[in-house]
Unconditional design. Structure first.
Lengths: 311, 317
């Protein structure tokens, strides 16, 4: 196959010559000045969009801190909500959040990781499997309030669990399940095929390969995915508003059948109260919520950096 | 005799070891079978979740549409299920939802695309590695916090130079929602831009193009499907967002395009009813399922279109 390469030389001879860069004419030099000026201008504009994003984040943090730091002390952490702003605290919400997070983890981890293992290691390449995969991608995009409707109709009413910790955890499980599945699948996919082949060559069957080779390699990725999913559960308010329904809880749930409230719901309640003092209480609650999320995310990042293997 | 005994013993132990190995293999196979069944059941949970969502929404909506006609629902211009005389026209809720999401979309597209171009075309690697995680923090902040931010910071700021009659307005909620979905637009767009091969950029630079020209005439057009998809997915996120609009945009169903007014979105309405004293099983309670069904369909279609755009139009280099 002979292909005639258009050489620079022939192009120079035959093509129309654009010498706008080299030709020292006044009009041309204004044009290139204009182009350079435009380049700078848009550089500033593009950088400004990043800056606005970061400034927005800074404004948010400062806004919350200035309103809330004054109200944040041990009695705030250790008090129940009250009619009076200065006596209000997040004890019930904090313990409710712990209950819901642990409950969600208990359901979402085995179901989510199990789904990921099945889809990556066992499922045949079949249209029904592709449909399940598509379905999980779609579930990840369903608005969280829809999960609230589902939880209310299914767990609270049909299963007669009431507005309980169990109903809340199950609802939250369905909400974070797609995240756990997708992240776990990524982690399992990242384990090189050679590892599996080596184990198969030793006579291991598929489950032995998964159990002894794939999972140990994929665990760090799965773990950081689970933590990210749980931090989503900690911050999610919409479905919990529907399931827990605002109540001034003055007790800590002691069993999965008890009523509960969580941090975001408690914060929403305070934000929507008209009395001025509650704005400070809401901000103090937000500081606690952000601190919890920050530590969860730091753990996830630490796990990722500490155990990440590059193949 | 001793010799024979020895041989017999060896034979027995051989048989026993074969037996036990066969036993072990059978056990290993049984374990795998049990595990597969358990994993299959786990996988079916996500299928059941979808079935549950669709069944619940359809069943309760069916009850609603037996009383209120579908036509009245989707063309009515007055939404007042909680007051007498009741009205069930969902258009004000749709208008409020789209107005809020539209403002968020404009904010997120401007900021997100600008940030993506900066990160992929201008920023040195070191700067990029610092800025990207900071922007992604924005996506991890709970929506209730954004709602508080909109109400306590952005609304007073807007009120200082805009004639906003009441504290609740869709502009503030939309702007803050835009800030929330901005990292989604910037991350997904940047991924699409980074995937554009170096050679295309180098070719344009070789022709004397400036960085701005390379970005807008080569990289953005080549990455357009990814950018469009990012925008659609972010908009769908904004349509389904609940807390910011519930806190900052108000609870007045309002068929308006004026961003300074108070409105109610579909999500905010669902929250309002579920927090109220409405008894379950009543017509008013069923409205949240009809509104939920509409919301579910809108976001589902946008998500499917978003992913389809990526798959259909992405250039393979």
């Amino acid at each position: 196959m002979e292909h005639e390469q258009p050489s620079l030389r022939s192009a120079r001879v035959t093509g129309p010559i654009d010498d706008s860069v080299t030709r020292p004419r006044f009009s041309v030099s204004t044009r290139s000045t204009w182009r350079r000026w435009r380049d700078r201008f848009f550089f500033v504009l593009f950088f400004a969009s990043v800056a606005i994003g970061i400034l927005g984040l800074a404004a948010l943090v400062i806004d919350v801190m200035t309103d809330g730091l004054g109200a944040l002390d041990f009695s705030f952490i250790n008090s129940y909500p009250s009619r009076h702003a200065e006596e209000s605290g997040i004890r019930a919400a904090l313990f409710g959040t712990i209950w819901i997070t642990v409950g969600t983890a208990a359901f979402a981890i085995p179901i989510g990781v199990g789904t990921a293992i099945f889809l990556e290691e066992f499922a045949p390449d079949h249209w029904s499997v592709r449909l399940v995969q598509l379905n999980i991608a779609n579930l990840a995009g369903v608005p969280s309030i829809i999960y609230g409707i589902l939880g209310l109709a299914l767990f609270v009413q049909a299963f007669a669990l009431g507005r309980s910790v169990l109903a809340g955890s199950l609802t939250m499980t369905l909400l974070v399940l797609p995240i756990v599945v997708i992240v776990s699948q990524e982690a399992i996919k990242a384990v090189p095929g050679e590892y599996r082949d080596a184990a198969f060559a030793l006579g291991a069957n598929r489950w032995q390969v998964v159990k002894t080779v794939v999972l140990p390699q994929a665990i760090p990725g799965i773990m950081s995915g689970i933590i990210l999913a749980l931090s989503r559960a900690v911050g999610e308010a919409a479905p919990m508003l529907m399931i827990s329904s605002l109540v001034f809880l003055t007790f800590i749930p002691s069993s999965p059948g008890d009523r509960f409230t969580v941090l975001p719901v408690q914060i929403f309640n305070w934000v929507s109260l008209p009395q001025p003092g509650f704005q400070a209480v809401a901000s103090a609650g937000i500081i606690v919520l952000l601190a919890v999320l920050l530590s969860l995310n730091s753990i996830a990042i630490w796990i990722r950096n500490r155990y990440q293997t590059r193949y | 005799m001793a010799f024979l005994n020895q041989e017999k013993r060896e034979l027995t132990s051989f048989v026993a070891s074969v037996e036990s190995r066969r036993h072990a293999r059978r056990w290993v196979r049984a374990e795998q079978r049990v595990v597969m069944v358990v994993l299959l059941l786990a996988t079916l949970v996500s299928v059941m979740a979808t079935v549950g969502i669709i069944y619940t929404l359809l069943k309760e909506s069916y009850g609603f549409f037996q009383v209120v006609s579908v036509w009245e629902f989707i063309t009515g211009t007055r939404w007042a299920p909680l007051f007498e005389p009741q009205a069930f026209g969902v258009l004000p809720l749709i208008a409020g939802t789209l107005l809020a999401a539209g403002i968020a979309g404009i904010v997120a597209l401007t900021l997100g695309l600008g940030a993506a171009i900066y990160l992929s075309e201008y920023a040195p690697d070191r700067v990029r590695r610092i800025i990207k995680p900071i922007l992604e923090v924005l996506a991890g902040i709970p929506t209730v916090v954004y709602g508080f931010f909109a109400l306590s910071f952005v609304t007073p700021l807007l009120q200082s130079f805009l004639p906003i009659p009441v504290i609740f307005n869709v502009l503030s909620a939309g702007i803050v929602m835009g800030l929330m979905i901005m990292p989604m637009v910037s991350t997904l767009s940047e991924d699409a831009m980074v995937a554009v091969p170096r050679e295309l950029r180098d070719a344009a630079y070789a022709l004397g193009a400036t960085r701005f020209e390379v970005a807008t005439k080569v990289v953005v057009p080549a990455a357009l499907p990814g950018i469009v998809a990012a925008f659609i997915l972010a908009l769908s996120r904004a349509i389904g967002e609940t807390l910011i609009v519930t806190i900052a945009a108000g609870a007045t169903p309002n068929l308006t395009l004026n961003p300074l007014e108070s409105i109610q979105t579909m999500t905010a309405y669902i929250v309002q009813v579920s927090l109220g004293e409405t008894p379950q099983g009543t017509l008013v309670f069923k409205t949240i399922f009809a509104v939920g069904l509409l919301l579910f369909l809108m976001t589902l279609i946008m998500n499917i279109v978003g992913r389809w755009v990526v798959r259909r139009y992405t250039e393979r280099y």
